[in-house]
Design a binder for this molecule. Structure first.
Ligand code: AMP
Length: 426
């Protein structure tokens, strides 16, 4: 029987490895990137985590390796250790089906691990090197690891690389690779500042953009929960408990908020961990492992710390607040509803978020408005905005000031007195 993966023109053993993982057909990014990449084209892929982008570069890279040559033929760089390890794990899932005579070896090179051991590890030369830019640069420049033979370079999450100041390291590695370098760059956004790097190494790159709406077309229910001026953290705790998720990621915008929210949840006895830039790398790795093993029910995270991380089985995303850059809404929510599972992406919102929500709606995201009443989720029916009550618009008018009992009566008497006085003046 012919397989939908055949149209990618990849080796039979790779097709078999995909089928063994129960994948039915290529994702859009795979369909649009792989055939060109196999022919050696430079490609810029703009797509989010969850679109299947890792295999969109891994498959052509592995396909093009000549296993009979014991030399580094491709380098894959990722901005974080977790992401590099995750790419390696995707490789491992494929590698178990490689025939012995076509076995493509890959190794990871990341910071935070023993340098000497890493150098030793690389003595058995891999065909594909997967790692973080700083450590790869260190191995190439200080340890003399030969990458002149490598003809393919993948830069994953390039915009994040730029944010973290890693593009320079990638540049230094690229400069030591083969002259006829094929480059595959993947990024959720293509900031202007990335252009000089792209122009330096890429020749007439093909540009493949998978629209966010196609990414969000997964089975995700987008829920808006009006905060109605309630204490946000208390509301979050109520919401999180009501969902009773298998695994929920709670997204916040700053490290400080992450700590505050996680502390409040801990105080409630909830099974929660946190992931942000100030959590030391070693600990982060440990947290990731424990999250993967479903040891926690909740993970409070900032965008940068959690970006690109593929955690299986995320049933809920809760946005404690909307991200400042709305693209991140797509990154965040794309983590649930993966691989055919359904997911819920809930956002606590305030009246000041209306404009941002309109923008998201114009990206084809369909929201339902819900609130908790007596522990039950109730959909707030949206009428036309004109007719909608303030509550439906998420607008909460200030409550009338509390008045002392008898105050109104007194006021009325005062008014009467005043009216009498006035009459007397006439
Ligand atoms: P990524 O965008 O690379 O983070 O991939 C997200 C998830 O999609 C990973 O868990 C992959 O194993 C999975 N995946 C990749 N390609 C396919 C496919 N063709 N069909 C179904 N799932 C896939």
């Amino acid at each position: 029987m012919s397989s939908p993966f055949e149209r990618l023109n990849i080796s039979d053993f790779l097709i078999k490895a995909l089928e063994k993982q129960n994948f039915k057909k290529p994702t859009e990014i795979q369909e649009r990137v792989i055939p060109g990449a196999i022919n050696g084209h430079d490609i810029i892929g703009q797509s989010q985590t969850g679109s299947g982008k890792t295999l969109a570069f891994l498959l052509p890279v592995i396909h093009r390796v000549d296993p009979s040559k014991d030399e580094i033929q491709a380098i894959i760089t990722a901005p974080t250790r977790e992401l590099a390890r995750q790419i390696y794990q995707e490789y491992e899932k494929l590698a178990q089906y490689f025939p012995e005579d076509q076995y493509v070896r890959a190794k990871t090179v990341v910071g935070g691990t023993d340098r000497k051991r890493m150098v030793d590890k690389l003595k058995n030369v891999p065909h594909v090197l997967i790692g973080t830019p700083g450590r790869i640069k260190d191995m190439v420049i200080n340890e003399g690891i030969n990458v002149y033979t490598a003809t393919a370079l993948v830069v994953d999450e390039a915009d994040q690389m730029l944010d973290m100041g890693f593009i320079e390291d990638v540049d230094q590695v690229a400069a030591r690779m083969a002259a006829n370098l094929q480059m595959l760059v993947f990024s959720a956004t293509i900031p202007e500042k990335l252009q000089p790097f792209l122009r330096k190494y890429m020749e007439n790159p093909r540009y493949v953009h998978v629209n966010p709406e196609q990414v969000t077309a997964q089975d995700i229910k987008h829920v808006l929960i009006p905060t109605k001026h309630q204490d946000k953290t208390k509301l979050l705790i109520k919401v999180a408990k009501a969902y009773n998720p298998y695994l929920a990621i709670i997204f916040v915008n700053t490290k400080k908020t992450a700590d505050e929210v996680a502390d409040a949840m801990l105080a409630e006895g909830m099974n929660v961990e946190r992931l942000h830039g100030d959590v030391p790398p070693r600990e982060r790795k440990n947290i990731m492992k424990r999250v993967q093993n479903a040891e926690f029910q909740y993970l409070v995270a900032t965008d940068l710390a959690a970006r690109g991380i593929d955690i299986k089985g995320i049933s809920h995303i809760i946005n404690y607040e909307l991200p400042r850059d709305l693209d991140f809404y797509i990154h965040r929510t794309g983590r649930t509803g993966r691989a055919g599972m359904s997911g819920i992406a809930a956002t606590l919102f305030e009246p000041s978020d209306q404009l941002a929500i309109q923008k998201l709606k114009s990206c084809n995201i369909h929201f339902v408005l819900e609130e908790l009443r007596g522990g039950e989720w109730v959909e707030i029916k949206t009428r036309t905005r004109k007719n909608a009550s303030n509550r439906e618009k998420g607008i909460v008018l200030p409550k009338p000031k509390k008045v002392k009992p008898g105050y109104k009566k007194k006021l009325l008497e005062e008014k009467k007195k005043l009216a009498k006085k006035r009459k007397g003046f006439k």
